[in-house]
Design a protein around this ligand. Sequence first.
Ligand code: FAD
Length: 479
Amino acid sequence: MSESAQEIRPYRPVTPRIVAEIEALCGEEHVLSGDSKAAARYAHDQVSEARYAHAPELVVKPATAREVAGIMALATREVVPVTPRGAGSGLSGGAVPIHGGICLSLERMSRIVEIDAKNRIAVVEPGVVTNELDGATLPHGLFFAGYPMSEEFCFVGGNVAENAGGGRAVKYGVTGRYVVGAEVVLPTGEILDLGGKRAKDASGYDLLRLLVGSEGTLAIFTKVFLQLLPRPLHRSTTAVFFRDPRSALEAVPDIVSAGGQLPSAVEYIDRYSLVETCSALGESLPLGDALAMLLLEVDGASESAVALHAEAVREACRVRGALSVLRADAPGEAERLWRIRKRIPWALRRAAATQTVEDVVVPVSALPELLDEVGRLERTYDTRIPCFGHAGDGNIHARPQKGAAWTAEEWDVRLGKLLTELYAAAARLGGTISGEHGIGHKRKPYLPLVMEEAQIALMRRIKRAFDPANILNPGKIFD
Ligand SMILES: Cc1cc2nc3c(=O)[nH]c(=O)nc-3n(C[C@H](O)[C@H](O)[C@H](O)COP(=O)(O)OP(=O)(O)OC[C@H]3O[C@@H](n4cnc5c(N)ncnc54)[C@H](O)[C@@H]3O)c2cc1C
């Protein structure tokens, strides 16, 4: 544990008596000591900076809501912190136990309980890998539309806790839109059933909506009811190349309304990200002089309607001065383009030893200005900031890279200033500091840049009402 965490730590240690009680509850084989080799992966999520890592004292893998409730009641009684954990794919340090204590891993709660096709509802445990849910809904002609682009490895519980978005949020919205019910365990150990298979609920405060996106600080999701949609039968994908970021991003509002329907994806990728990813994958794209690309997709139930919509989208790009258009009509071509898009985070991670992943979001019409601001920051701080992301939602992943000549100390100082300016610009443009990755630990110092103290104070009071001993995922968001 770092010195600073020890100094401020109001918590009691996980004693052998507590370990014995938890082993009796969940089974010895489902409890790991925090200093064991097997527990090492629970000390970090996908935030790459080492300073955000922190080992738990104990890792516990319960199998039922009742076991989770037992752990929480014990933790509240003993004042031991508990950090819920899904797949650990988060990008905000949210699942990292920064005060030590117990890492509560939901990985064993991985059952798809039911696909209720009549009501179009999936009932799942939180440890289901998001893509597995996709596989289970396929035979019913249904799908869960709220999934993020990490769907191959993230868990549904993590998606709900983060209110995750993804490549198709421009049409389908984010995870929260589809959460109609949940079984949750409160920090004090009570089990609550919120919502359910019903499509409407106007009875009392909407606690479910409050818990979605609460980043594991208010309650633990032990079961989730997700509304499913009819699966679109047809898709059409196009890559469009633009002279520069501004001309690509100025085209986005026209693309989003082209043909009188919403496209299912409008992804932005800059040239550097494309070149690095293609080179890492052994792929190629007809980039020419283009400095930016939009990856566009439309979907629907009828092949002819999808074809018409796709042509309207391409025409909007041509009118906006696109340099060239690549239609992904050949078999496997759409999958190839999406693979390039999905592997960008991996390729950029290889490209620079030290970098950070940002997630600012602004109104779609403000994207060109946001990218102008990123260009200014690159020049001011003499750094490279590759950008890609969900342009249809105004959500850009900017990844400042540490310059080779800088020391680690210089990087820390410059990065702090750079992020403050980036977030302030997002706020000025009507946006905020995270569209989908959350505040967690990493962005906590910057929340006051985009939120008034009265709002943060209200969130603190809500936190206290749910978690009087402040033991559930402490040190996150504002705490
Ligand atoms: C390559 C890559 C691509 C990504 N793409 C996207 C994307 O397109 N869109 C997007 O939104 N995100 C994306 N992410 C971020 C991440 O995958 C999502 O935030 C995801 O929802 C996290 O799920 P997880 O199971 O890994 O959660 P974790 O990282 O384990 O946890 C995330 C937070 O949720 C809490 N939590 C986890 N499970 C529960 C539970 N059952 N109850 C209560 N709290 C819980 C944790 O305490 C933590 O605060 C990406 C990440 C990577 C590495």
